[in-house]
Write a protein that binds this ligand. Sequence first.
Ligand SMILES: CC(C)(COP(=O)(O)OP(=O)(O)OC[C@H]1O[C@@H](n2cnc3c(N)ncnc32)[C@H](O)[C@@H]1OP(=O)(O)O)[C@@H](O)C(=O)NCCC(=O)NCCS
Length: 211
Amino acid sequence: MSIEIRPYQPFDLPGMYRVCLQTGDSGRDATALYSDPDLLGHVFAGPYPVADPGLTFIAADEHGVLGYVVATADSAAHEKWLEKEWYPPLRLRYPQSMAHDPGDGTRDWQRVAQVHQPGPSAGDALYDRFPAHLHIDILPRGQGAGLGRRLITVLLEALRERGVRGLQLSVGGGNPGARAFYLAIGFTEAERQERFSVMVRDLRTAEPDRG
Ligand SMILES: CC(C)(COP(=O)(O)OP(=O)(O)OC[C@H]1O[C@@H](n2cnc3c(N)ncnc32)[C@H](O)[C@@H]1OP(=O)(O)O)[C@@H](O)C(=O)NCCC(=O)NCCS
């Protein structure tokens, strides 16, 4: 079976959570870093298709979910939705008392802290021009074969159909390969710090997706 890119279906969620965990350490497998295998997915994967299933796209083969792109068209509205719908039950499931470092190298506590005190999902200064944001993750066996480009291309089409002005994302300083990927597919770097870069893409121009 060849790899297909298709719209998200609810049955994709477990597979998406697995991909999120297996790419969750600056692109590398984070399985050993989490006692709870769901925590990363709760923060970075699950809320997007639940809030707006039309902006999640899946790369799948005969083994299941190989990769995904998730997005929101409006980061500020998404933050409000998270506060109202997504975080309250999660805060009961993962109480604040779990947000302390047990000192064993696991990172569950950092994600629990994030559930209780989420930072802004998109930079304020860039929000007006680039209100959308995304996350993309592909398992190693699917990387380097053009799937990332294909996933982003279908997402950009969906965002343009909705009249969204622009898209931004943050890429960690420990993931230079991802930064190179975004530059290769036509994003520009709006901000660069040691810990992260903010990449942006204007969706109003008629500029074709490179490649
Ligand atoms: C980053 C990621 C989404 C890229 O997807 P991909 O399918 O491997 O990338 P593609 O094959 O579509 O590559 C598209 C372009 O990006 C370039 N590129 C991709 N990964 C690259 C890397 N690690 N270093 C340099 N260039 C890279 C390719 O050379 C290609 O350029 P070209 O068309 O000019 O030849 C994927 O590798 C991934 O999911 N990695 C793990 C999770 C992760 O890091 N997510 C991003 C967090 S911000």
